[in-house]
Structure formats: structure tokens, C-alpha cells
Design a protein around this ligand. Sequence first.
Ligand SMILES: [Zn+2]
Length: 136
Amino acid sequence: MHNRDAVFLEDLCPKQRVRRWRQSLHGFTGQSCIYCGNPSESIDHIHPRSRGGLSITENCVPACLSCNGHKSDIEAFEWYRRQRFYDPRRAMAIRAWMDGDLSLALRLLQWAQPIGINQKQNLTKASKKEWKFQTA
Ligand SMILES: [Zn+2]
């Protein structure tokens, strides 16, 4: 049977399985960073690995290198709250992601970033404008 072959292959090639799993995470968010919406180039542990965070879907989110590197081994929420690009809808999405409710997480992310990634630059401009407006 096909299914059994697939499982067998994945057991033989754990690296391949990890790679596919990481790709599927990026696919969920349309290759965008869960924190800031820029292209995701890495996988970030919400609860840092150095503090016992597991490499499971509920604890791993697509993140850009900037957010991932900047965040380092700080708890995601503690770090994210202090960021200029903090968006409560994204924070809710991360919570839902941690709860394993990916469909809710994706709906919240779409709400935070309704346009496609190709219009990323426009989004960045728009959110900067919004930011100025809020601080004025
Ligand atoms: Zn980011």
C-alpha cells in the first residue's frame, strides 16, 4: 500500500521528513513571518529550545531571520509585545497556533495581513503610515 511505503521512507530519511515539515509550516502562513509579515526564512521556537521548548508544530512558527535572530532565546510573547510592529491580531494568531488551532491562527493572520505577499512593500508603507498616525 502507498501509505505504508511513505511512512517507511520517512522513517528511513528523518531529515527529509523534517525538511518537509518545515516547508509545510512556511506554507501555512504563505511564507511570511508570523511576527512581522516579512518573508519567512527560518523556523522560530515560540517557547525557546534552550528553555525546553519542543520542536513540534504547536511550538514552531515561520519567522524571518531578523525576528528570529532578534528574539534569540526570549519567550515569544515577552519579546513580541515590545516590538514596533506588534499587532494584537498576530499575538492572538500565535496563541491559537500554540493551542494547535491552525485554522484559527491562519484566519487571524489573514485579518492582520489581508493582501498577498507580492504587495509586501505596500503593506510595509501602509503600516508605517498607520504607526505615525497612532503616535501623532
Ligand atoms: Zn519577522
